[in-house]
Design a protein around this ligand. Structure first.
Ligand code: AMO
Length: 441
């Protein structure tokens, strides 16, 4: 949004982002703010290349302004007041003839990373100086696309009658059982960080019918990999009267909507992404394959991987499968024994469950299923899994208040961003990642 400077007392007010200048006529007076990406002094003239989050502009300086510019370090934050004019530059269609230079804040002469990208730094060094790293447009673009995709997801849920909810992240007992919970002192008792909104989202369908949540969740997993974080953003959904096949359709539709948007806005860089050129159109127009867990076992055994019914699919198995199915595909009907207590058994084959994972190659993106809504079965499933129904009392009583049948899933949003942008490390998709060795900045 462009704001005209109101009066002289507000001389620091910017009038335009750099991307808005192209629609203006030469002779227009402008004030742009940002940081100095580059400075060239060619004697009587000097050039500042000024960058803001939307792009770049060249500014030409003479006389006192040029003298002043010589002493301002690169990356300093400044405002340039001037007039648009034509230029002989091959790189810019116009430039700003500078009338005044305001320095808001000089940058130190030795910076920890080079945001122009000319000097490369390793990821750890970049993450240690993330705010500066984001001045590199290749990096900020990741987070601009991330923000756009989150908006698309919210629009999609709104169109499909889902209500956005916010469940607590501080909880008093394990939400799904399991040991991967962070715990801390909560006044005179123990508190935990939620690993998933699972129990709350199920409870909420009792009245709200269809809910979704986009929120960080926490896993105290000691796995230092390229796809695990201890805090990750999850897109959770839960819907009454739908089964797991209908949830898969919703997930597929949502992902295709995102792919179409990125294709149409040229945001999926063909060189950079796992999804290239025509492959993207094929993905959008064909259904994602659905492969049963049992068929996966057959395929894996044929490929020489020894897996028997009831085994989880190891990293090496998923890598093998991912070589054959290298894009999006669902693995459906997992053994009930591998699934949490809230997943419904398949009535026709009670050792199987109404469950699915969505994979992209070897990478698991989504996990979900039809839920058990019969409270006595829920109780016996808890006992089977060595959990105490007593500690789930608050949850189980909701199932005695007229619970509709329901299904849902959780989508790992940071992993989805890896796939969409062709990033090999989940940390690239997260501003301030938390892993087993990183808790700051
Ligand atoms: P699950 O534990 O499979 O299922 O998690 C759902 C999805 O979240 C992502 N994810 C992670 N991403 C990054 N780092 C992690 N440590 C991490 N752990 C999980 C994955 C995964 O597919 N309550 C169920 C969902 C449901 O049934 O609704 C659950 O949490 O992409």
């Amino acid at each position: 949004m462009a704001h005209a400077a109101q009066n002289e007392s507000n001389s620091y007010e910017r009038t335009h982002f750099t991307s808005e200048l192209q629609k203006l006529q030469t002779g227009t007076e402008v004030r742009v703010a940002g940081w100095i990406e580059d400075f060239r002094d060619i004697g009587k003239l000097g050039f500042i290349i000024l960058r803001d989050v939307t792009g770049l502009v060249q500014a030409v300086l003479v006389g006192e302004n040029l003298q002043k510019a010589k002493s301002i370090p690169r990356q300093s934050n400044i405002l340039l007041k001037g007039v648009l004019q034509g230029t002989k530059s091959k790189n810019f269609p116009f430039e700003i003839k500078v009338e005044e230079v305001f320095v808001f804040s000089p940058a130190s002469l030795s910076l920890p990373v080079d945001p122009t990208g000319r000097v490369e730094s390793n990821l750890d060094t970049r993450l240690d100086s993330r705010a500066l790293d984001l001045r590199n447009p290749k990096i900020s673009n990741i987070f601009i696309i991330r923000s756009n995709v989150l908006k698309l997801i919210r629009d999609f849920f709104l169109e499909n009658k889902f209500i956005e909810v916010n469940t607590p992240k501080i909880i008093g007992s394990a939400s799904e059982g399991g040991s991967n919970l962070f715990s801390f002192d909560y006044f005179k008792r123990k508190g935990f960080l939620a690993q998933s909104p699972q129990l709350y989202k199920e409870q909420l369908v009792l009245a709200l019918d269809r809910v979704y949540e986009i929120a960080p969740f926490f896993r105290a997993e000691n796995s230092h990999t390229l796809r695990h974080l201890n805090e990750f953003l999850s897109v959770d959904l839960e819907a009454a009267y739908l089964d797991y096949y209908e949830i898969m359709s919703i997930v597929e539709e949502l992902i295709k909507k995102i792919l179409m948007h990125l294709r149409d806005s040229n945001n999926i860089e063909s060189e950079n992404s796992l999804i290239r050129g025509n492959a993207l159109n094929d993905l959008i127009s064909n259904p994602f394959p659905k492969i049963s867990y049992e068929k996966c076992l057959d395929e894996l055994n044929r490929l020489g991987e020894k897996v028997t019914f009831g085994d989880d699919l190891s990293d090496s198995s998923l890598k093998k499968l991912g070589e054959k199915y290298d894009k999006f595909y669902f693995i459906v009907d997992w053994p009930l024994s591998l699934k949490p207590f809230y997943i419904h058994e398949k009535e026709s084959h009670p050792t199987l469950s109404k469950s699915f994972d969505l994979q992209f190659g070897y990478l698991e993106l989504v996990s979900g299923g039809t839920r058990q809504h019969d409270v006595s079965k829920l109780k016996s499933r808890l006992v089977e899994q060595g959990l105490s129904p007593e500690s789930f009392r608050d949850h189980l009583r909701v199932f005695e208040w007229g619970m509709p049948p329901h299904s849902g899933c959780g989508l790992g949003f940071d992993r989805l961003m890896m796939v969409l942008l062709g990033l090999s490390n989940i940390r690239e998709a997260v501003l301030y990642p938390r892993d087993t060795s990183r808790i700051s900045p």
